[in-house]
Every structure is written in C-alpha cells, then in structure tokens.
Ligand binder design. Structure first.
Ligand code: PMV
Length: 328
C-alpha cells in the first residue's frame, strides 16, 4: 500500500488572501493561478501494519516544525477515514526548492501528499473531489491538482469550493522566472496572514472589486493579451501586500532585494527594453512573468543581481500526478 506523487507549486495571478472559514479553508474570494513546470514536490506514502506510528520525513530540510508534521498527519487521518482503515504510514517528501520563502511549498507538498495517500489506499477520487480534499490541507494545494491555468472558485460552502482548469498548459507561452532571494524561513506564516486579512481597513474594498478583476484577467488570458494581463497581475500583487501591510499587526514579507527587483523590472519595462511583470506571494521571492521569447534575456539580467540565491525558469505545467519511482 504505497504510492508516489509529483506535484507542482503554483503561482497566483489573483491571490487568495483571507479565509471565509478557517477550519475548512473556504476562501473569501476566487483566485487564479498557473501550475509551475520546474518547482515541485515528490512524495511517497506507505501504509503498513508494521508501522507502530506515523513517521513523517523530509529529504534535505534543516527545520521541520511540529505543526507541519501535524498538518500531514491530518491528511493521513482524512484518507484513512475515507478508506475505513486504521494503518499507520510512512511519508517521505522532497522539494526541489526551499520551503516557506514565498514559493508555494504547502501547495505542492500537501497536494502531493493528498494524492499519494489516496492512491496508496486505492481511493480513486480525482478532479474536483481531489481538489477539495487537498484544499482541506492547504488552500493553495487545491490549485495544484488540475493542469495548466486554474481557477479556484470560492463556492458557498466546503462542498462547492474547489479548483478547476480554465485553460490547458499549452494554451499560452508565458514563463514565470522565479528569483529566490533568501533561504531563510519567513517569520509570519501564510496561515497567520490569512487570519489577519480582515483587520485591514481595505480588505472589504478589495473583496468588492475582485469579482470584476477576476473576470478581466481571465479575458486577458483567453485573448493572450500579455500587456493588459501583466498590468492587472502586478497591481493585484501590490494590492494583496497592501492588505498585509495594513493588517494589525502589520506584515512585511519583502526584503531589500525584493524591492530592488521590483524597481528594476518596472524600469526595464518603462525603457521599452524588456516586458515583464512581477508578482509576489507571502515571502520575499519574486515571480517575474514574461513571454517565453524573453525568458533567457530576463534571466541574464537577473543573474547580475548578486543577492539573488537562485533563478528558476518555469512554464505552465501539469497538476499533481502519480509516478512510479518511489522515494523509499
Ligand atoms: O499557503 P496558503 O495555502 O495558506 O496560502 C498562501 C496564499 C498566497 O500564496 C499568498 C497567495 C496565493 O493565492 O497563492
């Protein structure tokens, strides 16, 4: 009773920030994202009567918090309940990027664990059922189940809140050039950030305007209208961070290098030299969205910023899937 998954991180074009129900992770708003081709987690789960308790291990991670283990055990409990068994499990996870720096490690890791645990127990669920199950582990994990460009509809309750593909991965040749600026774990988790969103005096206004924004960004993806898409994308990232900055207590996820990159990207664009737009999740990492023709040029420029630790070029990618090579 063993299975292995490969599951991508995703980058949000319209951000999920604030939960309508913290327990079931039903969000306050719809969000739009793209699965990333080159940032992913591998995960093997085995249920076996020889295990006396659940054993959770990470490859190459210096710090593993108790709350991370607890969150994974909850995924195991949910799948055990669904399968009606009571076997303990061993879980081994490996990310190909540092976690908790603003690359969605909870999205790739927890969607991957959800899929591997289901398959190990021979649970056949897929599509929206799998996305809902992943959402219970981490909101953004629901968006790493479908392929390509994805919308997570907030729904009205836990049964109607799941993510679905809006366009396949090969629909649009854009890239996400990810600039990881620090290997340090962020101080304020996104779970904490979500819970503070309603303390910002601007969250209500944000939610009111979001419906129209979601509609327009979907239209720009449909039309492959890169310039309009990029403008909406960048404003949206700043808006989510405006909520963070004006929460009580205030959260500032950026580092000086984050701001340096934001300014450079805008100036390259304004000089007409290179059209790319930034977006930033809950951390200092900057995601630079460009057309695939420009990705190498952009990476060359970023390499000159010596504070950047790592640059990873991503294309629109697949969602979580089962693979045959087990980690143990
Ligand atoms: O890591 P989570 O699932 O608690 O949510 C993080 C949300 C952001 O990454 C900041 C935005 C998004 O929609 O991905």
């Amino acid at each position: 009773m063993k299975a292995t998954s490969k599951s991508p991180a995703n980058i949000a074009f319209i951000k999920y920030w604030g939960k309508a129900d913290p327990k079931t992770r039903v969000p306050q708003n719809n969000s739009i994202s793209m699965c990333l081709s080159d940032l992913y987690s591998l995960c093997t789960v085995e249920f076996n009567s020889k295990f006396k308790k659940d054993k959770i291990e990470f490859v190459n991670e210096r710090i593993v918090l108790n709350k991370e283990r607890e969150r994974i055990i909850k995924v195991l409990d949910r799948t055990r309940n669904l399968a009606g068994i009571d076997l303990r499990a061993k879980v081994l996870t490996q990310n190909n990027f540092p976690k908790a720096t603003g690359v969605a490690s909870s999205a790739s890791g927890l969607s991957g664990i959800t899929l591997a645990a289901c398959r190990a127990l021979d649970l056949k669920m897929k599509g929206k059922e799998l996305s809902k199950l992943a959402r219970l582990a981490s909101g953004t994990a629901s968006r790493s189940i479908p392929n390509g460009f994805v919308e997570w509809k907030k729904g009205t309750n836990e049964n109607s809140s799941y993510a679905k593909q809006i366009f396949p991965a090969d629909y649009w040749r854009i890239a996400d050039v990810v600039a990881i600026v620090s290997y340090k774990m962020k101080k304020v988790s996104s779970t904490e950030g979500h819970s503070l969103a309603n303390t910002s005096p601007f969250q209500k206004t944000r939610l009111k305007l979001l419906k129209a924004k979601v509609k327009s960004i979907k239209q720009t993806i449909k039309n492959r209208d890169f310039s309009t898409f990029g403008q909406i994308l960048e404003k949206e990232a700043l808006e989510m961070h405006a909520i963070c900055l004006t929460s009580t207590p205030s959260i500032l996820y950026w580092s000086p290098t984050t701001i340096d990159i934001m300014k450079k990207v805008q100036s390259w664009r304004n000089q007409g030299k290179l059209e790319s737009y930034f977006t930033i999740d809950a951390g200092p990492t900057v995601h630079l969205i460009c057309q695939q023709n420009d990705e190498k040029k952009l990476a060359v420029r970023l390499k000159k910023i010596k504070e950047i630790e790592k640059i990873v070029i991503n294309h629109p990618g697949s969602g979580a899937r089962e693979i045959n090579q087990h980690l143990f």
